[in-house]
Design a protein around this ligand. Structure first.
Ligand SMILES: NC(=O)c1ccc[n+]([C@@H]2O[C@H](COP(=O)([O-])OP(=O)(O)OC[C@H]3O[C@@H](n4cnc5c(N)ncnc54)[C@H](O)[C@@H]3O)[C@@H](O)[C@H]2O)c1
Length: 350
């Protein structure tokens, strides 16, 4: 088992990464414990039963990040007379985590929160860093707070019990983390593939290293104001536009993967980095992350989606520029420059 012990904006956070963490959860959570659990985790019944808590089973997925489900969670807490010193936890992916994190941050102005994330993405990324949100009126993550859990239990058993292809979403973010911060971690990922990492030892190592990178950025810029935490957005500027363009048919992980390749191409063309396009593509293929065919996208239409991104400021896009593997910085790039390079990539212009 690996442990990360962190202090974020005055709050102590412990992240445990390993297998068979149920007893540790019982040992650590001492207050009345209300646990919101994804209905989809029935195969882990024994482990879930082992966790001493009031259990509330519910749906998950993007559809629950809305006002109605927020109301449902509040009603459950009120009707069960949950007090301020109780602990609210969730067992599920990033969608349940975002809803329960948001609810815990506002219920009675904040109760103890514990995360038991069950997808690769939620273990290494969404449970860490205090951000949570719900969607409203078609706008994703429009209402949210910064609120840290006291404990995060990354139990590898949840990953080993799932289809390994489910890891792809998280692995896209993990490759991103290695690319922006840790070249040795990137080497380790390149020496392996989706099959060779699907065991307790490797998953524990990969989640530990990814979580550590996320914490490094979050610690230095918790509220995302110094353009340091912003580096975690590598691949996301163009990635979000691809996601919207496809009407969300392309998954977030796949869109970010495409975004990383295109953003690295722009960094290369602008003289910031060596040509890393092929290396990034190879790393994604190793983990069976589907590569989108960007030539099928109309650049003018894609640019319109980019223009609506919250990363735009005065006609310029804050974009993460890879300097090399393991190093990145943030630049403001004119939207017309981005258009020029995307057209060049698509062979529309020379
Ligand atoms: N707060 C943040 O900082 C942050 C960061 C990144 C992403 N997010 C959010 O995270 C969400 C995506 O999270 P996600 O990818 O975990 O999706 P998800 O919560 O929808 O889970 C994906 C699917 O996997 C199933 N599942 C979960 N654990 C499983 C397991 N162990 N075995 C089998 N199936 C399992 C779920 O039931 C669901 O159907 C998005 O809403 C995104 O906005 C938040």
């Amino acid at each position: 088992m690996q442990i990360l012990d962190e202090n974020l904006i005055g709050k102590n956070i412990k992240i445990y990464i390993g297998s068979g963490l149920d007893n540790l959860i019982n040992k650590n959570i001492r207050t009345k414990h209300v646990n919101f659990i994804s209905n989809n985790l029935i195969t882990y019944k024994r482990k879930i039963n082992n966790i001493e808590s009031i259990k509330i089973f519910m749906d998950d997925g993007e559809k629950i990040k809305d006002i109605e489900h927020f109301g449902y969670v509040l009603n459950e807490l009120i009707s069960r007379e949950i007090e301020r010193n109780s602990t609210i936890s969730y067992i599920g992916g990033g969608t349940l985590g975002d809803l329960i994190g948001f609810s815990a941050s506002v219920y009675k102005r904040g109760v103890n929160l514990c995360a038991i994330p069950t997808t690769m993405l939620s273990q290494v990324d969404s449970s860490i860093g205090g951000k949570n949100a719900i969607n409203y009126g078609n706008v994703k993550n429009i209402a949210g707070t910064f609120y840290n859990p006291e404990y995060i239990f990354d139990d590898i058993d949840f990953l080993l019990g799932s289809d390994k292809l489910l890891l792809k979403e998280g692995l896209s973010e993990i490759i991103k983390m290695a690319l922006i911060k840790d070249s040795k971690f990137f080497d380790l990922l390149m020496k392996n593939d989706l099959d060779s990492i699907f065991n307790e030892k490797m998953l524990e190592e990969i989640i530990y290293r990814g979580a550590k990178i996320k914490l490094d950025f979050v610690r230095k810029d918790f509220y995302d104001v110094k353009k340091l935490r912003f580096n975690l957005n590598f691949g996301h500027s163009i990635g979000h536009a691809i996601e919207s363009y496809s009407g969300n048919l392309i998954s977030h992980g796949m869109a970010v993967a495409g975004g990383m390749m295109l953003e690295s191409y722009i960094a290369y063309k602008m003289g910031y980095s060596p040509d890393l396009y092929g290396t990034i593509k190879d790393s994604l293929k190793k983990y069976k992350i589907d590569i989108i065919n960007i030539k099928e996208y109309n650049v003018d239409k894609l640019i319109n989606y980019i223009k609506n991104d919250k990363k735009m400021e005065d006609g310029k896009l804050n974009m993460v520029m890879l300097d090399d593997i393991g190093k990145s910085h943030v630049e403001k790039i004119d939207i017309n420059e981005i258009k020029k390079y995307l057209k060049m990539f698509n062979g529309d212009v020379k």
